[in-house]
Design a protein around this ligand. Structure first.
Ligand SMILES: CC(C)(COP(=O)(O)OP(=O)(O)OC[C@H]1O[C@@H](n2cnc3c(N)ncnc32)[C@H](O)[C@@H]1OP(=O)(O)O)[C@@H](O)C(=O)NCCC(=O)NCCS
Length: 206
């Protein structure tokens, strides 16, 4: 059985974060960059971990207060990372990545949901991000969560000269948004369970 957990990164996780960054983006931030995020009160830096657990059968989703997190057989592996900056009433999503071997299983969706939940908890009103227009996987994921293309930054990416799409999602402060996240969460959990992923802790509490 494979367990999952999303939680904020702490200093001991940073070497793994740098390695994952290298795998997913070719190395955007060095360890100092991640340390700055940890130290910033306006930044939420979340990681997604997995580990193999003992036993069979599906454990119930536990809340934060719950006990009995499944026993560890091997150390958890960091397989996803997401970061947002809270700027005024806006959540700027500046990083979202899933380890290449674990993509297309619904995990990017789970991490984005966790970031949007963090944005809601901070009472932010809208979210924005920039994405390469050729990054169809990411664009499709963001559209799925209600982000709309609002403009583009010409030749934004120096390596290829590619444009960045600027996307926005509004209404984060509305009660309907919480309901929306709750529905998305149910679907996301069902999909992950089908793929034999199980949450060790209910990270969403929606
Ligand atoms: C973008 C990224 C985070 C998506 O993570 P993921 O775990 O593979 O995504 P999910 O399995 O949760 O997919 C959710 C949705 O995203 C879209 N999607 C994901 N991968 C896709 C692909 N290869 N092609 C088209 N759509 C895709 C789909 O809409 C998908 O929904 P569906 O499965 O119901 O069709 C991942 O591809 C990644 O880490 N890429 C490298 C880093 C990166 O580019 N980050 C974004 C920077 S802005």
């Amino acid at each position: 059985m494979r367990f999952l957990e999303i939680k904020p990164l702490t200093p001991e996780h940073l070497p793994d974060a740098v390695e994952l960054d290298r795998l997913c983006f070719g190395g955007i931030w060095a360890i100092e960059g991640y340390r700055r995020e940890l130290e910033s009160p306006n930044s939420d830096l979340l990681g997604l971990w997995t580990w193999d657990g003992a036993g069979t059968g599906t454990p119930p989703l536990q809340n934060r207060a719950g006990t009995g997190t499944p026993p560890l057989q091997v150390p958890p592996t960091l397989i996803g990372i997401g970061c947002l900056w809270a700027i005024l009433e806006e959540a700027h999503i500046i990083m979202l990545a899933i380890h290449p071997q674990f993509q297309r299983q619904g995990l990017g969706q789970a991490l984005l949901l966790a970031l949007l939940k963090s944005a809601g908890d901070r009472q932010l009103e809208r979210s924005t991000l920039e994405v390469r227009e050729s990054n169809l996987a990411a664009v499709s994921l963001y559209k799925k969560f209600g982000f709309k293309e609002a403009g583009r930054r010409k030749r934004y990416y120096e390596d290829t000269g590619e444009d960045a799409l600027v996307m926005w999602r509004s209404g984060l402060e509305k009660p309907e948004f919480q309901q929306y996240l709750a529905v998305e969460k149910v679907q996301m959990c069902a999909r992950l369970n089908q793929k034999k992923w199980h949450w060790a802790i209910d990270n969403f509490e929606l």
